[in-house]
Design a protein around this ligand. Structure first.
Ligand code: MCA
Ligand code: AMP
Length: 474
């Protein structure tokens, strides 16, 4: 396989990465990542403390250059989830920015501080085998703790090159975003994408409508975001003329990770004359479909299969079936979970996405829902009802718990916890339960609403009937 980042081999002074005040040229990145790659060569796997910083980008690029699989960690991960990820992925070292305070769970690992000013050091030869694992990204299922999706090098290069083709993504593009760097969207598309093209990325550190407007006005050409971010942009457009102007000037506005409501599409188009392009992907498959830059934008659809990706609808009824995909974009399997890997594929080798869709006559894909009602997409994060229920049940004030997702204009879906308190006279407060879930799992998995009940509705078999819970979609 050819190198993942050709621009690092002909490194020049062009800006590659910028996080707030801190920027790095291709020459600087090649030096720093080359030096770090030398230090970690031969390590089994390395964890990366994935703050939105230059250090995270340098750490991940170094791992890819060294052929050492990287496990990006959400720095806000709670105790229970972090313990699971570390036990499952067994990294030998953790890469972090100097001065970052790491939780005790990481104390047993060798800590390697990332120095973006290190080098110059010659770049190592990258692994030639496209099947060798590049990254392990943890993703939630309906039950149990998150699973580690093993992403091989060919999936990373394949998906990024397919996107380059359909988006006409070139070295001249400057991407702006504020996505977290421990998921596919922010890390692979949002950081490795520009680097593979020899372009640039400016990361805002934290999302703000002002930050997006500022960078687009100052030369950024592309914006990546989840629907919640576009919703917040749409909300500001009425009153913010500079924002509308900045968006109008962008080459490409891309949304993904969840469905962008047609209402927000329309508001943005009305104020800017620009149509947001949607693409559809998954941690396990990287990107599957997109609206093409030279194709007809069609709000409510996620476009057409990307070059190299085969897509079919299985078990169709009334024109709706499960999206199944095949192609070089797919993961290799779940780490340590041959059972789950086997269950994720059909006998003839197609990956079952669990997403339900219909196809327009010309092949545009319309996602209409999900097979599993116990998966919630909130703010673009995938969250399993089961993992939250288990965390809630660990709280001494909770006797029974069920979790559903309810429609939310801002987050797409909002996590709702239905709780039977251990002591009805003094139930725990909603804030206490949200804090408990945040500390055990992750803040984005915390319930935004808690409803107390005397008992959960159950069927004759004792199974909780989520459909009987309020407006829940479970
Ligand atoms: C609040 N916070 C708490 C608590 N409550 N912390 C601890 N305990 C609590 N009880 C903190 C949070 O940590 C956060 O801190 C701040 O308060 C606000 O949090 P929150 O309310 O969750 O933020 P939000 O406003 O809801 O965030 C919206 C968001 C976010 C910015 C849109 O949801 C987001 O970044 N989403 C991106 C998801 C994503 O990238 N998904 C990709 C996966 P602080 O502010 O300091 O952080 S999907 C994927 O990769 C596939 C392949 C695909 O197709 O893309
Ligand atoms: P994750 O496992 O976090 O990678 O999330 C993948 C899931 O996000 C997919 O299975 C879809 O349900 C959803 N998703 C991603 N992009 C889109 C999109 N553009 N429209 C609708 N759903 C999406």
């Amino acid at each position: 396989m050819s190198p993942l980042f050709p621009a690092l081999r002909t490194a020049d002074e062009k800006e590659a990465l910028r996080f707030g005040e801190h920027a790095l040229s291709y020459a600087g990145l090649a030096g720093a990542a080359g030096a770090l790659a030398g230090r970690i060569a031969g390590a089994g796997r390395v964890a990366v403390w994935a703050t939105p910083t230059l250090e995270t980008a340098v750490g991940v690029v170094a791992a890819l250059l060294a052929g050492v699989p990287a496990v990006p960690l959400n720095p806000k991960t709670g105790e229970r989830e972090l313990a699971h990820i570390l036990a499952d992925s067994a990294p030998t070292a953790v890469l972090a920015a100097p001065g970052d305070l790491l939780p005790p769970a990481l104390a047993a690992l060798t800590r390697i501080d990332v120095d973006p000013k290190a080098g110059p050091e010659p770049l190592p030869a990258e692994p030639g085998d496209g099947e060798s694992p590049a990254l392990i990204v943890y993703t939630s299922g309906t039950t149990g703790p998150p699973k580690g999706a093993v992403l091989p090098r060919r999936a990373v290069s394949g998906t990024l090159d397919a996107l380059a083709e359909v988006w006409a993504w070139t070295p001249d593009d400057v991407l702006v975003h504020a996505l977290p760097l421990f998921h596919v969207h922010g890390l692979i598309l949002g950081v490795l994408g520009p680097l593979r093209r020899g372009g640039s990325v400016r990361h805002l550190g934290r999302f703000s409508v002002e930050g997006v407007a500022r960078e687009l006005a100052a030369g950024a050409t592309m914006l990546f975001g989840v629907p919640t971010m576009y919703h917040r942009i749409a909300e500001s457009l009425d009153t913010d003329r500079e924002l509308a102007k900045a968006l109008t000037g962008a080459r490409l506005l891309v949304s993904g990770s969840a469905a962008l409501p047609v209402h927000d599409h329309r508001r943005i188009a009305a104020a800017t004359g620009r149509t947001v392009i949607e693409r559809y992907g998954m941690t396990e498959t990287l990107m599957n479909t997109s609206v093409r830059v030279d194709g007809e934008p069609r709000p409510g659809t996620v476009g057409v299969p990307l070059p190299g990706v085969e897509l079919r609808l299985a078990d169709e009824s009334d024109g709706i079936g499960e999206i199944q995909v095949r192609g070089p974009n797919l993961f290799s399997g779940y780490l340590n979970r041959p059972d789950a890997t086997a269950a994720a594929f059909t006998e003839d080798g197609w990956f079952r996405t669990g997403d339900m869709a219909s196809l327009d006559a010309d092949g545009y894909v319309r996602i209409v829902g999900r097979k599993a009602t116990d998966l919630i997409k909130s703010g673009g994060y995938k969250i399993g009802a089961g993992e939250i229920e288990n965390a809630l049940l660990d709280h001494p004030g909770v006797r029974e718990a069920a979790v559903t997702g309810e429609p939310d204009a801002d987050l797409g879906e909002r996590i709702v916890a239905w709780v039977v308190p251990a002591d009805p006279q003094s139930p725990p407060t909603p804030e206490e339960l949200a804090g408990h879930v945040a500390a055990q799992l992750s803040p984005h998995k915390r319930p935004r609403t808690v409803r107390f009940l005397e008992a959960l509705p159950r069927n004759d078999m004792g199974k909780i009937m989520k459909r009987a819970l309020g407006n829940g979609n479970g």
